[in-house]
Design a protein around this ligand. Sequence first.
Ligand code: FPP
Length: 247
Amino acid sequence: MGIFKKKSEVQGVDFNALPEHIAIILDGNGRWAKRRGMPRTAGHAVGSENFRKIATYCNDIGIKYLTVYAFSTENWKRPEDEVSTIMSLLEKYILEAIEEVTKKNLRLRFWGRRDNLSKNIIELMEKAEKKSEEMTGMQVNVCLNYGARDEITGAVQKIASGVLDGSIDAASITEETIGENLYSFGAPDPDLLIRPGGEMRLSNFLLWQLAYSEMFFSDKLWPEFDERELDRAIIEYQKRNRRFGGI
Ligand code: FPP
């Protein structure tokens, strides 16, 4: 930890005012590979390695929650070989995580629909969640087969059936009721959203939870987004004046 801390301090990160929760949209893997004359799938392989590196850095400097958009409900539209490469990279990541969560003190959670996924990956996800549930370090939320509108629709369905069976009084539904029915229940909202890859949009990511998050858009493609760029995002975040609708 010391070495990271020192490097970052030089660049002006205030370790007493870190964002508690960082969310990242992984973007730019395909373009990174194409620019090097490689198949898009090679970009995803480097991108998943980079996620390990950035997650380790976040854990080392003391970030409490890290949420990553790894595969959306819309990503099924991609060519079959690209989808299967991403799924096997995720499988590999989860397998390694099962081995390492205790040593790294990480809690792993998966946010997204469990249908459409292979039985094998679902079993691995459940195993990783179970093995890591008692860990007290950083919580990593991997959004897999995730879409924010789908998440909110699911919450509405659950609440509506509660109203129908009489367990929920419609007039007493609050923002908390909705929050309790989202995948993110139990985690604070992200303080900082980072999107590499040059695009400035949310792409159906955490639409409810990002209501008051600060945003950092980077032109770097995800495979080249390094610890120094993360420092820049945190420094930028620390300059912002968060008012949450107040003055
Ligand atoms: C976006 O880049 C990236 C994805 C849709 C997939 C990201 C998933 C992985 C790297 C798998 C492993 C993940 C983890 C968390 C270990 P893009 O293909 O949209 O890039 P482009 O905009 O350049 O085409």
